[in-house]
Design a protein around this ligand. Structure first.
Ligand code: GDP
Ligand code: MG
Length: 217
């Protein structure tokens, strides 16, 4: 397992998507290797964590789950605050949950950081006989929207590990790239070649600090 308090990066990732698509079970599968047949939508944990290795770094993923607020479209701004990744989940056997992906994307545009990494996740891939959303449709849609895409099954574990591993790697690549830029230029503004940081020299102990992104400790 490794000690949970030792990590190089802490990334907040939110689970979103319609009620019943399997968000809570994706979370419990990934963090505890558990699956629940009954939907316990009223008992929501705020978040669960698990650390994984990416390119020799320990990434602690703090994955936020809803407590069923999505049912009332009442997810608060606090839920999205500081999130660097989002798993937008639909149910491959329930077409309406796929149609609503559009609404969830709008919700992300309105509430989340512009640079949030989004992965479209078609869950319940085990329900082959009930499939209502063709893989290719979703893949093409994701491509047009510049989202990554994967199909998972929280029930039989297919691709759950891969989904989280992929999004965390994607986030890590962006963040580590950004830090490279930070130390080169001393700033966090990708559109500017030179960023001049003015540090008032009258302030004792005021030093140039790397701009913090993403709760790195
Ligand atoms: P949430 O409302 O999005 O958090 O969805 P839940 O995780 O509570 O799951 C809703 C229902 O779908 C529960 O009855 C789960 O057992 C079931 N479920 C979740 N993931 C899967 C899956 O991958 N395959 C199948 N067949 N059922 C699933
Ligand atoms: Mg849930």
């Amino acid at each position: 397992m490794g000690r949970d308090d030792e990590y190089d990066y802490l990334f907040k990732v939110v689970l979103i998507g319609d009620s019943g698509v399997g968000k809570s079970n994706l979370l419990s599968r990934f963090t505890r290797n558990e699956f629940n047949l009954e939907s316990k939508s009223t008992i929501g944990v705020e978040f669960a964590t698990r650390s994984i290795e990416v390119e020799g770094k320990t990434i602690k993923a703090q994955i936020w789950d809803t407590a069923g607020q999505e049912r009332y479209r009442a997810i608060t701004a606090a839920y999205y605050r500081g999130a660097v990744g989002a798993l937008l989940v639909y149910d491959i056997a329930k077409h309406t949950t796929y149609e609503n992906v559009e609404r969830w994307l709008k919700e992300l545009r309105d509430h989340a950081d512009n640079n949030i990494v989004i992965m479209l996740v078609g869950n319940k891939s085990d329900l082959r006989h009930l499939r209502a959303v063709p893989t290719e449709d979703a893949r093409n849609y994701a491509e047009r929207q510049s989202l990554s895409f994967i199909e998972t099954s929280a029930l039989d574990s297919t691709n759950v590990e891969t989904a989280f591993q992929n999004i965390l790697t994607e986030i890590y690549k962006i963040v580590s790239q950004k830090q490279l830029g930070d130390s080169d230029r001393g700033g966090d503004l990708p559109d500017n070649d030179v960023v001049d940081i003015h540090v008032p020299d009258s302030t004792p102990g005021n030093q140039r600090k790397k701009s913090g992104c993403c709760n790195q400790d």
